[in-house]
Design a protein around this ligand. Structure first.
Ligand code: ACO
Length: 277
């Protein structure tokens, strides 16, 4: 029997992308029990991302098996990701995917739809039912930085180099990264990081809250494995409910948050001990 999948945002189930199709795009996707791993796998091009990468990420999210609780996002080779494929800046663009020039010629609604599709590849990583962990080594530039920011946690190697390069190229970061960046490091630091397009290295990333942990490069996989094991020790429904509470906290008053805690707890108690539904 086919395994239950989390319904996608449109309430349906987009078709899964085959391993072969993912390989062509430069992605791997593996599920082992409650843990899913997405690997950016185009190391010879420093895991540069294209529109196809984001649309495949969205399809992976749409088809994520319900049993998955942890999603690890990592990059093969020396860099996590060098950001958007620089061919986008050329007149020819990325074969079959256009260029920034062709995107500039789209009308407002068509551009918005294309961007919404791209962003949907990142947004699902915040779902309450999962915890997403970015394992980041080397460069995480532009779209690479934003992919790391789309995850709940960032465990980084000591050679990590985060850079929000978009403003240096005349663009803005538009792949969902600006909100988590501000939430993690505060507005002043976010302005500094983005408007200088400077590199943030490991110790700074740790000290400003961009990374949860820094480890030597050869210990990155083990550190992610250990965090995954820790996260799997808690009750899955309680973990999802708690993540919902934490995600909603910034947008609520203290009184509203207290009420939200009560509502979630009432559901937990009913689930654990029975009672009125
Ligand atoms: N798009 C396409 N190809 C890339 C990209 C990219 N973003 N980044 C690197 N590559 C390719 C290089 O062209 C090179 O290909 P080649 O071997 O066929 O010549 C290969 O990857 C290796 O690149 P190097 O520069 O040799 O690797 P190095 O490890 O020395 O440097 C670094 C890595 C710092 C990431 C460098 O490649 C770089 O600066 N890349 C561009 C980063 C960038 O500006 N990204 C866009 C950000 S904006 C956004 O994402 C929206």
């Amino acid at each position: 029997m086919a395994e239950a999948k989390a319904p996608n945002q449109r309430g349906g189930h987009a078709e899964e992308v085959s391993a072969e199709a993912l390989a062509e795009i430069g992605l791997r996707f593996e599920v082992d029990g409650e843990i899913a791993t997405i690997t950016l796998d185009r190391p010879d091009k420093r895991n540069a991302q294209t529109f196809a990468t984001w649309s495949a990420l969205a399809r992976i999210g749409d088809n994520l098996p319900e049993r998955v609780r942890i999603v690890v996002v990592k990059g093969e080779g020396p860099s996590f990701s060098a950001g958007i494929d620089l061919r986008m800046f050329t007149p020819e663009g990325v074969p079959g995917q256009g260029s920034f020039g062709s995107a500039a010629r789209l009308d407002g609604p068509a551009f918005e739809e294309r961007l919404r599709q791209a962003q949907s590849g990142f947004l699902w990583l915040r779902r309450p039912e999962i915890v997403s962990i970015a394992a980041v080594q080397g460069h995480a530039i532009g779209a690479g930085f934003q992919l790391a920011l789309a995850c709940d946690l960032r465990i980084v190697a000591d050679d990590v180099k985060f850079c929000m390069k978009e403003p240096a190229l005349g663009l803005v970061p538009d792949l969902t990264g600006t909100k988590p960046l501000v939430e993690l490091v505060g507005q002043a630091r976010a302005i500094d990081i983005c408007l200088t397009a400077r590199i943030v290295e490991a110790q700074e990333a740790l000290s400003i809250g961009l990374a949860e942990r820094v480890v030597p490069g050869d210990e990155l996989a083990k550190a992610v494995q250990d965090k995954t094991a820790q996260l799997l020790t808690t009750n899955r429904d309680a973990a999802a409910a708690t993540k919902r509470l934490l995600q909603g906290a910034a947008g609520r008053t203290l009184e509203e948050q207290c009420a939200a805690e009560g509502a979630e707890q009432a559901q937990r108690l009913r689930a654990l001990f029975g009672g009125a539904s």
